[in-house]
Ligand binder design. Structure first.
Ligand SMILES: [Zn+2]
Length: 252
């Protein structure tokens, strides 16, 4: 393979999540990630597959200016993140320069959650990948709903039941309500299913991250931690590079 082809392949691999087969079993164009903006616009019913205490959380480095739609560096998963469910948030909440070069470079870091659900339409598991702010809203609704139902049945749990998740009318977050569909039989097999969160979170190789940081806006990260590689000629800072901040990328 020529060096050109090899470089092209590397670039492709970099921009494709590692779990290449992760969308298998879903119709063309549908991903394991629920497209929050478009798919939840009018509400969508799911079976909840895990209690909030068992939602996978991880961190992303991202920074940009919502008003001008500028991105200061490409969003990427923080290497100082759990790879499995059940981690202790306290152990990860502070950036760690020893574990993650982006933390060392003081790149902005945000907490994300993956909510595992069974999709009634596609009859398989999917995840809602949401920022902390949205997760807090969903957990608030979740607890309210479960508490109300427990008045009638102490044993009731929302896990395994149908809920509806809808984009709120102001478009800024999501709400969780009880769903009216019957729980499909196929959902049960996914309760306790070992969802490949690590693949879904797409942890990058360190050299890819260094490359991203080299291309970052120097006003928003500390490039001195990149050492020699930072001094090599790099393209102009990408501070005004236009990106498409869809409604799935609200700055919360
Ligand atoms: Zn980090």
């Amino acid at each position: 393979m020529s060096i050109r082809d090899q470089l092209k392949k590397r670039e492709e691999e970099r921009s494709t999540p590692k779990g290449n087969g992760i969308n298998e079993g879903l119709p063309e164009g549908v991903t394991r990630y629920v497209r929050l903006g478009s798919e939840l616009k009018d509400g969508r019913q799911f079976v909840v597959l895990a209690d909030p205490d068992n939602w996978f959380f991880y961190f992303c480095h991202e920074d940009g200016d919502y008003a001008t739609r500028a991105t200061f560096f490409k969003k990427h998963t923080c290497l100082h993140s759990p790879k499995k469910v059940g981690a202790n948030l306290d152990s990860f909440k502070k950036p760690s320069g020893g574990a993650c070069i982006s933390c060392k470079a003081k790149a902005k870091r945000k907490l994300y959650f993956m909510v595992p659900v069974f999709d009634l339409e596609y009859q398989t598991w999917r995840v809602l990948d949401i920022k902390e702010f949205h997760a807090m809203n969903l957990i608030g609704d979740y607890d309210k709903l479960e508490k109300a139902a427990k008045k009638f049945n102490k044993e009731y749990a929302l896990v395994g039941d149908v809920i509806t998740i809808t984009k709120t009318s102001d478009g800024k977050s999501y709400s969780l309500e009880s769903g009216d569909a019957e729980v499909p039989e196929a959902a049960a097999q996914f309760l306790g299913f070992d969802i490949p969160y690590e693949e879904l979170a797409n942890f990058r190789e360190v050299d890819d991250i260094i490359e991203l940081l080299n291309e970052a806006d120097p006003d928003h990260i500390d490039k001195s931690v990149l050492g020699e590689s930072a001094k090599s000629p790099t393209p102009a800072p990408t501070d005004s590079q236009p990106i498409d901040i869809s409604d799935e990328e609200l700055p919360f």
